[in-house]
Design a protein. Structure first.
Length: 357
């Protein structure tokens, strides 16, 4: 694997924030793609991390991975859902393994090799974290296709990381104007959006099937009324997946027998409780996180959001996304915004002075 001496100071921070923004941008692109299995992910968001390995110091590399996880869950509306914990565990593990394998094996391992090892370990950690919420039976059933797909995708993402030229020269990234990046700290306007999430948490803690199902139905109604963007087919698939595999852990009164399979009342209640509480937490998180985003659009993370919005404003081009011109166009968007802000501030100040006269 090629090595490059890490660049210093402010440029390290700028590179970490741009890397995290590129990760979240690719994660948003991945969200649009079809997913044949629940919880399946293609790992596109790991491409910039792999590409930035030779240049970012350990602290800034870890910061990029954590900001990536935070940004993914903020923009995807999952910050308060179980998926956020699974995402943070996977991202932190992937970053630590990437860095460790890179440091110890860069003489005989390529970027693809580092990506394969880190993807396998992080996928195992994701499955272990997911089993806490969806049950061991469901996690075990998903393990083989999940790990197999992760292995195939890690080879492709590693190959893509080699081609990602915008991250080969992080020292050439332009600084971002403070008028574009930083915004004053804001507080959520509507506390009422947190009510469905609080109800979902209470139902999950109570572990009562009827209560969990009722809260899930009310959360669906709230999401529809508030016009929250959600992939309803994906929600239904996740619900059925968790419920069905919960039935393979029999407990309590037997309701039905078919050969060795026993359908029990306890398993049905457990399936309803797990599936309803999990999906209710995901939906209620999407309802609440729209307001909470305001808390993060300031200071340090301002540059991250500015880079992400600039990348997202560009028309997607699969061929050009790995070229340096894509980053240059995003930087041009930021420069244009800074000019507009400066013009607005200048006109408002001149109007104020005119009125005072």
């Amino acid at each position: 694997m090629p090595t490059r001496k890490p660049i210093d100071s402010e440029i390290q921070k700028r590179g970490a924030l741009f890397t995290a923004a590129f990760c979240v941008y690719l994660s948003a692109v991945e969200a649009v793609l079809p997913h044949p299995l629940p919880f399946l992910h293609y790992g596109l968001s790991n491409i910039p991390l792999l590409a930035a390995l030779p240049q970012l110091r350990f602290g800034w590399f870890l910061a990029a991975a954590l900001i990536k996880a935070l940004g993914q869950n903020l923009i995807g509306g999952m910050l308060f859902s179980p998926l956020a914990l699974i995402s943070f565990c996977g991202s932190l593990t992937a970053a630590l393994v990437m860095r460790g394998v890179y440091r110890m094996g860069r003489r005989f391992l390529t970027v693809i090799g580092v990506g394969v090892v880190s993807a396998f370990v992080s996928d195992c950690v994701r499955l272990a974290a997911a089993s806490v919420f969806i049950g061991q039976a469901a996690a075990s059933a998903a393990a083989v296709p999940f790990l197999l797909c992760g292995w195939i995708c890690s080879i492709l993402t590693g190959a893509a990381a080699v081609k990602l030229s915008p991250l080969n020269r992080l020292d050439s990234l332009p600084p971002i104007s403070a008028s574009v990046a930083f915004q004053p700290l804001q507080t959520p306007k509507s506390v009422a959006r947190m009510v469905p999430f609080a109800a979902a948490v209470a139902a999950a803690v109570a572990a009562n099937a009827a209560l969990c199902a009722a809260v899930f139905v009310l959360t669906i109604a709230a999401a529809i009324i508030l016009k929250v963007k959600n992939r309803w087919r994906s929600t239904a698939a996740v619900y059925v997946f968790i419920f069905v595999f919960a039935l393979f852990s029999p407990e309590g009164e037997v309701l039905f027998r078919f050969g060795q399979f026993r359908l029990t009342a306890g398993a049905v209640e457990t399936g309803i409780c797990r599936a309803s509480s999990f999906c209710a937490l995901v939906l209620s998180s999407k309802i609440a996180v729209g307001e909470v985003k305001r808390l993060f659009r300031f200071r340090f993370l301002g540059e991250f959001f500015a880079w992400f919005e600039a990348l997202w404003s560009l028309p997607f081009d699969g061929k050009r996304i790995f070229s340096r011109s894509y980053t240059d166009e995003a930087a041009a968007v930021l420069t244009e915004k800074a000019t507009e802000r400066a013009t607005e501030c200048g006109s408002s100040s001149s109007n104020g002075s005119f009125q005072s006269e």
